[in-house]
Write a protein that binds this ligand. Structure first.
Ligand SMILES: NC(=O)c1ccc[n+]([C@@H]2O[C@H](COP(=O)([O-])OP(=O)(O)OC[C@H]3O[C@@H](n4cnc5c(N)ncnc54)[C@H](OP(=O)(O)O)[C@@H]3O)[C@@H](O)[C@H]2O)c1
Ligand SMILES: [Zn+2]
Ligand SMILES: [Zn+2]
Length: 349
C-alpha cells in the first residue's frame, strides 16, 4: 500500500512552493525506505519547478541531493541495513539492460532513465517526487553509501553538484600541468574549483560577481577573472586546456571558446532555458571541441563520494528550514548563494 509523506512542492509554474502530501510506494523486495535528513537546492530544481525546460508535469516536488537514514528494507536488500546513512542523487531507476546501463552510464539509459523527480513512477503511477520531503523509497541499486567522516548536510550537494563537476573533469582527464577554467561560482562551480584543484590543475574561475573573488581563492582557484572585463579575458586567449561552463542563464560562450588552446575542450553542464549562439570559427580555426555532460552514473557517483571521503571534500553550504525555500530560490536567481542551500528536513513538521 502506498503511503503519504509531508513534502514541499508546486502545482504550477507561477506559484511559490508550499506544503504538499506526496505519495510513495511501500518498499518492495529490493527497495530501501529513507527518512530524509538533508536535501540540497540545485538550480535544476528551479528550472523544473518553473517549467523552464518546458517538460514539467505538475504537481512537482523538486530535490535530488538527498541524504537520509534507512528506516525499512525489502527482503532482497544486500547493501543497506536499518539505521545506515544513505544518499540519493538525480537517478532512481533505469532499464539496467541497454548498452549505456551496461557501461554504468545509467543517466543515458536508452530506454529512459528514471530521474528522482518529474519522471514516470512505474510502481504506483504518476510522477516521481524529489527530496523536499520527509521520506522516500528507492531501489537499493540507486542508493549510495556516504563516507562516515563527512558532515551529512555539507555532503548532500555532492549527489548532484559534486558528480556533475567530478564526471567531466575525470572524463577529459584534468590534472597536473593543465590550465582549467570554471565558469560561474554557484553550487556546481564551487565544486568544480574544489575538484580541479584536488586533481592538481591550475584553476581559473570566471565570474560575473566581483564580490566572490576572495571566496574563489579560498575554495581553491589560483586566479580569478571578472568575465565582463574584456581586456582581462583577452589576456588568457589560447591558453586553456579545458573549460567547464556551469552557467544557468543566457551568456556568450564564444568569449570562452577563444581562450582554449588548439584542440582544447569546453564542456557545458549549465542548462539555460534559451539556446546559446555559437560562432563556428571559434571551433574551426584551432579545431577546438564543445561538449556537454550530464550528472554521472551510479558507479562514478560512488567513486566521487569515496574520493570526497578520502580527501575530506564537502560543499560550502547555508542550511535553511524548508519554510525559507522560496527566499532561497530568489537569492539563487540573483547569484547570491554561498555556495549551496541545503534544507534541514527536520523543519518539515
Ligand atoms: N548537466 C547536468 O547534469 C547538470 C546538473 C546539475 C545542474 N545543472 C545545471 O547547471 C546550471 C548551474 O546550476 P547551479 O545549481 O550551480 O546554479 P547556481 O548555483 O545558480 O550557479 C550558477 C552561477 O552562474 C552564474 N550566472 C548566473 N547568471 C548568469 C548570467 N546571466 N551570466 C553569466 N553568469 C551567470 C553565477 O555565477 P557568478 O556569480 O560567479 O557569475 C551563478 O552563481 C543550471 O542550469 C542547472 O540546471 C546541470
Ligand atoms: Zn542538480
Ligand atoms: Zn538502460
Amino acid at each position: 500500500m502506498p503511503y503519504m509523506t509531508k513534502s514541499y512542492g508546486t502545482e504550477n509554474k507561477d506559484t511559490p512552493l508550499s506544503p504538499f502530501q506526496a505519495k510513495r510506494r511501500d518498499p518492495g523486495p529490493s527497495d530501501v525506505q529513507i527518512d530524509i535528513l538533508f536535501c540540497g537546492v540545485c538550480h535544476s530544481d528551479i528550472h523544473q519547478a518553473r517549467n523552464e525546460w518546458h517538460n514539467t508535469t505538475y504537481p512537482c516536488v523538486p530535490g535530488h541531493e538527498i541524504i537520509g537514514k534507512v528506516t525499512k528494507i525489502g527482503n532482497k536488500v544486500k547493501k543497506f541495513k536499518i539505521g545506515d546513512i544513505a544518499g540519493v542523487g538525480c537517478l532512481v531507476d533505469s532499464c539496467r539492460d541497454c548498452q549505456s546501463c551496461k557501461e554504468n552510464l545509467e543517466q543515458h539509459c536508452e530506454n529512459g532513465a528514471i530521474f528522482t523527480y518529474n519522471s514516470p513512477e512505474k510502481h504506483i503511477g504518476g510522477m516521481t517526487f524529489g527530496g523536499y520531503s520527509q521520506s522516500m523509497v528507492v531501489d537499493e541499486d540507486f542508493v549510495l553509501n556516504v563516507p562516515k567522516n563527512l558532515d551529512l548536510a555539507a555532503a548532500a550537494p555532492l549527489l548532484c553538484a559534486g558528480i556533475t563537476t567530478y564526471s567531466p573533469l575525470r572524463r577529459w582527464k584534468v590534472g597536473k600541468g593543465q590550465k582549467v577554467g570554471i565558469v560561474g561560482l554557484g553550487g556546481l562551480g564551487h565544486m568544480g574549483i574544489k575538484f580541479a584543484n584536488a586533481f592538481g590543475s591550475h584553476v581559473v574561475l570566471f565570474t560575473t560577481s566581483e564580490k566572490k573573488k576572495e571566496d574563489a581563492k579560498r575554495l581553491g582557484a589560483h586566479d580569478v577573472v571578472i568575465s565582463t572585463n574584456a581586456a582581462d579575458m583577452t589576456k588568457h586567449t589560447g591558453t586553456f586546456d579545458f573549460i567547464l561552463d556551469t552557467v544557468c542563464a543566457q551568456h556568450d560562450i564564444n568569449a570562452y571558446l577563444g581562450l582554449l588552446k588548439r584542440s582544447g575542450t569546453m564542456t557545458l553542464v549549465g542548462a539555460p532555458e534559451k539556446p546559446l549562439s555559437l560562432i563556428s570559427f571559434n571551433l574551426i580555426m584551432q579545431r577546438r571541441h564543445l561538449a556537454g555532460s550530464l550528472i554521472g552514473g551510479l558507479k562514478e557517483t560512488q567513486e566521487m563520494l569515496d574520493f570526497c571521503g578520502k580527501h575530506n571534500i564537502v560543499c560550502d553550504i547555508e542550511k535553511i528550514p524548508i519554510q525559507k525555500i522560496n527566499e532561497a530560490y530568489d537569492r539563487i536567481l540573483k547569484s547570491d548563494v554561498k555556495y549551496r542551500f541545503v534544507i534541514d528536513i527536520a523543519s518539515l513538521k
